[in-house]
Design a protein around this ligand. Structure first.
Ligand SMILES: *Cc1c(COP(=O)(O)O)cnc(C)c1O
Length: 355
């Protein structure tokens, strides 16, 4: 029996979209492929509010995160860390031999613009990585305010992991001056995992030309060359592209403003519920629009609750991540999930817990 996903990635995929994955294969050097690619491009640009090229990566989000730090750091990278995914981005930066430093905060504290300003004022950096929506903690960093600070430093590129935020919360890529913003499609895009997208600024492509190549599969100059022909350098996951195209059509039919408003409404319902029965993990003012991390103030058996929801109700939510496992649990309210489904889930949890 299928277990309905309320997990912060992968998320529930609608059957109509799953069917798209079974579209007969086309050849990736044939004109019909270029048509598909060209069809997808402006829709992704609309979702991301950008005129920049939006590249497709046949990899999970991690591949696009690696592309950012291997292609776009000529001098030194500042990794802003306040959760598991931002920490992993730092490890990835180091692991690729890219000069970098970390600025680390406790996991429940958001990165503030003035903190970034202070570090960039040292003049040591030409790139900074930020996770917009920390999926490990349900914390949303103030992306626009941080982007405003980074914009004061013309040589510094802002690289953003928006994996669990993109398509669920607004991202004004061009207006905010973001040089690289990426997401995997298994979060708020509500597609199966295996494809990532990233908007890349013109100046980012320029810099990438002169950074000694650290990756071939994820070489931005090579990806751009193919992109200009509506192609990818290697054979991409074509089934994903059909599904993405169909999903983008549905997203734009709903309208991005309405889609974001639906996410905000679901978030507020879960936050009010979480605050009433438990507590919310991140500091006030920085709660995520796409998932909520609830603090286990009642000392409930979190794995037991998760198991009962799965076994008896075919509903899957997530435990806390890493160090805050069992001390917290996470409910995702992103993708194609509707308000009534969230309300139904919370009622079931109440009955399981007898609260
Ligand atoms: C899920 C997630 C990732 C990792 O994504 P993969 O697709 O598993 O590589 C990275 N960053 C954030 C914020 C995420 O939510």
């Amino acid at each position: 029996m299928h277990k309905r996903l309320f997990t912060p990635g992968p998320t529930q995929v609608r059957p109509e979209i799953l069917k798209e994955l079974a579209t007969p294969q086309i050849h990736h050097r044939a004109p019909e492929f270029a048509e598909l690619y060209a069809d997808i491009q402006p829709k992704l640009q609309t979702v991301l509010s950008t005129n920049n090229a939006v590249l497709l990566f046949t990899s999970s989000s991690t591949g696009a995160m690696e592309a950012a730090v291997t292609n776009l750091v000529a001098k030194r990278c500042l990794n802003l860390v306040n959760g598991a995914f931002s920490k992993r981005w730092h490890q990835m930066t180091m692991g690729n031999g890219v000069p970098c430093d970390t600025f680390e905060l406790p996991w429940d504290i958001a990165v503030k613009p003035e903190m970034v300003d202070e570090r960039l004022a040292t003049g040591k950096y030409d790139a900074v990585t930020l996770v917009y929506n920390e999926t490990s903690t349900g914390l949303m960093n103030p992306l626009k305010a941080i982007a405003d600070v980074v914009a004061q430093y013309p040589d510094v590129f802002l690289l953003v992991d928006a994996v669990s935020g993109m398509a669920g919360a607004p991202i004004e890529t061009d207006a905010w001056g973001i040089d690289f913003v990426l997401a995997g499609v298994q979060k708020a895009f509500a597609l199966p995992a295996g494809l990532a997208v990233s908007a890349v600024s013109e100046r980012a492509f320029e810099r990438a030309k002169n950074v000694p190549p650290r990756s071939f599969y994820f070489s931005l100059p090579l990806m751009l060359k193919s992109h200009l022909k509506n192609q990818t350098p290697s054979t991409p996951s074509i089934p994903h592209m059909y599904a993405l195209n169909a999903q983008l059509n549905d997203m734009l039919a709903e309208g991005m403003e309405r889609r974001f408003a639906r996410h905000a409404k679901m978030a507020s319902i879960v936050q009010v519920w979480g605050k009433k029965h438990f507590d919310i993990f991140p500091e006030d003012g920085y709660w995520s629009q796409t998932l909520t991390t609830i603090v286990n103030t009642k000392g409930i058996d979190v794995p037991g609750m998760i198991k009962t929801l799965a076994d008896q109700y075919n509903l899957r939510i997530s435990n806390g991540y890493g160090d805050i496992k069992n001390k917290t649990f996470r409910i995702a309210h992103m993708g194609d999930t509707q308000v009534d489904e969230i309300e139904g889930l919370l009622k079931v949890i109440e009955s399981v817990l007898g609260i």
